[in-house]
Write a protein that binds this ligand. Structure first.
Ligand code: F6R
Length: 239
């Protein structure tokens, strides 16, 4: 495990973007596992700036996202497909046909999960999986309680619904289910880049990095990954 403890969110974003950018330079057709949420937005902004400077070319990059709310299609402003288009894809020269997000609208969620894992396999797995961290220790939407390998439907916990309600008009609008990549998809990535900032993440981050590996804190499984990189700020990892 390598930990980069940065002064603030801007520095976290710069370093995370530099790592993703250098992978794209080394392997122009790399497969990136991407995350939504507030944490990666700064890194996505830096990647867009690098593209605009002419320093990065996304034309051959493939992406697979971690998760999607159940019941929201890609035109819904709260969907993760919409988020990815607006926070990154619309601003770089990526071919959207090469960008994949789990299907939140599938009637058969289990079949959609299996199909998503087949898609990841057909791409040869991910070169780098970017992860944010839930306040309750979730990664993707792998909520506390069980380690589940495949992409699956999950009932969101109260803590996650409350944390995500800041992005909705009312908490009653937050979907109660999601489809998420499981631990197989995450742990088979050749590199995992976990980003976290702010004091609200401190307890989960400490537990994930230094506590027991337990389904009660799903991110703790990352201790077993041979190539885990953590980029966080001082507030998320106080001394
Ligand atoms: C997002 C995702 C979630 C978030 C986590 C942290 O695709 O899978 O695990 O990474 O909820 O969210 P933020 O960054 O908003 O604190």
């Amino acid at each position: 495990m390598r930990i980069y403890r940065e002064k603030d969110y801007a520095a976290v974003s710069r370093r995370a973007a530099a790592m993703i950018g250098s992978l794209i330079l080394q392997k122009p057709d790399c497969v990136l596992g991407l995350a939504t949420g507030s944490t990666p937005i700064g890194a996505y902004q830096k990647l867009i700036e690098a593209y605009q400077r002419g320093d990065l070319d996304f034309s051959a990059v493939r992406t697979v996202n971690l998760d999607e709310y159940r019941g929201l299609d890609g035109t819904n402003e709260q969907s993760y497909r919409y988020f990815m288009n607006h926070q990154l894809f619309d601003h770089v020269n990526i071919d959207k046909a090469n960008t994949f997000v789990p299907d939140g609208m599938a009637a058969d969620g289990e079949a959609a999960g299996r199909a998503y894992d087949e898609k990841i396999k057909s791409l040869g797995g991910t070169d780098l999986q970017l992860l944010g961290l839930g306040e309750n220790g979730h990664i993707g939407f792998n909520e506390p309680g069980a380690f589940i390998a495949g992409t699956h439907i999950v009932k969101l916990t109260r803590s996650t619904i409350e944390a995500n309600s800041r992005l909705f008009r009312d908490i009653s609008e937050v979907p109660t289910q999601a489809i998420t990549m499981g631990l197989w998809g995450i742990m088979t990535s050749r590199e995992v880049l976990l980003v976290a900032n702010g004091p609200k993440k401190a307890a989960a981050l400490r537990g994930a990095l230094y506590g027991p590996v337990t389904p009660d804190l799903p991110a703790s499984v990352l201790q077993l990954h041979p190539n885990l990189i953590v980029v966080c700020d001082e507030a998320a990892l106080p001394e």
